[in-house]
Design a protein around this ligand. Structure first.
Ligand SMILES: NC(=O)c1ccc[n+]([C@@H]2O[C@H](COP(=O)([O-])OP(=O)(O)OC[C@H]3O[C@@H](n4cnc5c(N)ncnc54)[C@H](OP(=O)(O)O)[C@@H]3O)[C@@H](O)[C@H]2O)c1
Length: 220
């Protein structure tokens, strides 16, 4: 069974993703910070791996990833801790995970990034949000310049609506929203579709069944 390491495993997307991977006979290994998150992850069928992006060095992170076939990075500071924490988690945490994957010999790496149009034109856009968007782009550049078999997924603004199973996915799309459930099922499909490689996918709620939308992308 293929093993998938989730950075941000106890997050909202991370938890749904674990269940989606299990449904597809993939085995999730979910990085989480707190022992109390482990039971809930186990109940979803995931193997919890305790670790904090702020504490781990490359060798330690690589040993946590050891034996996995792919990494999905869906961690983020979520605006908590200001610019410093965004830089540390969304930026340095991604760089650490990329370096660790390379050291562990893992080629496949999927990054949850953000839609470039998110928050554009807002008169009251905070410097913290501007920094978040800058760090997400830097993380994309970092991953895309690596020698990994990478995929960057850029969801629109996330909602907690139930997954519809219907998305739009493309190289460039009009900005919109998408549910975390549909992001998770898209990630679970993408990680298992080797034909999708070294590309950026923009993702919104739409009208096409997730797997079909991704197959269209391959065909194009
Ligand atoms: N909100 C939006 O509209 C939007 C749009 C596009 C993309 N995104 C991106 O989507 C991703 C996930 O979203 P989400 O809703 O699932 O977020 P979430 O629930 O906040 O999940 C983020 C995860 O990152 C983990 N994390 C934070 N600091 C960490 C650290 N030091 N060490 C290890 N893990 C750490 C959190 O751990 P804990 O569980 O311990 O807190 C949490 O599990 C983020 O990268 C975000 O930037 C968001």
């Amino acid at each position: 069974m293929r093993k998938i390491f989730i950075v941000g495993g106890a997050g909202k997307i991370g938890r749904i993703l674990a269940a989606e991977l299990v449904q597809r006979d993939l085995q999730p290994f979910s990085l989480c910070r707190k022992a109390e998150q482990a039971d809930a992850l186990q109940a979803l069928g995931a193997t919890p791996v305790i670790g904090d992006l702020l504490d781990l060095n490359i060798a330690q992170m690589a040993s946590k990833m050891d034996g996995c076939d792919a990494v999905i990075f869906t961690a983020g500071a979520g605006g908590k801790g200001g610019e410093e924490m965004t830089n540390a988690i969304d930026g340095d945490g991604l760089a650490l995970s990329v370096a660790a994957a390379r050291r562990a010999g893992i080629k496949r790496f999927v990054l949850v990034s953000a839609f470039p149009e998110a928050g554009r034109g807002k008169k009251d856009a905070s410097p913290t949000f501007e920094n978040y968007m800058k760090v997400k782009k830097q993380a994309e550049v970092h991953l895309a310049s690596s020698d990994l078999d990478w995929v960057i997924v850029r969801p629109g603004t996330l909602t907690d609506h139930p997954a519809s199973g219907l998305i739009d996915a493309g190289l460039t799309l009009p900005y919109s929203t998408v549910s975390r459930g549909d992001v998770a099922s898209t990630l679970a499909e993408v990680v298992n579709m080797p034909q999708i490689s070294r590309t950026i996918i923009e993702l919104t709620q739409g009208g096409t069944v997730v797997k079909e939308a991704l197959q269209h992308l391959i065909a194009e």
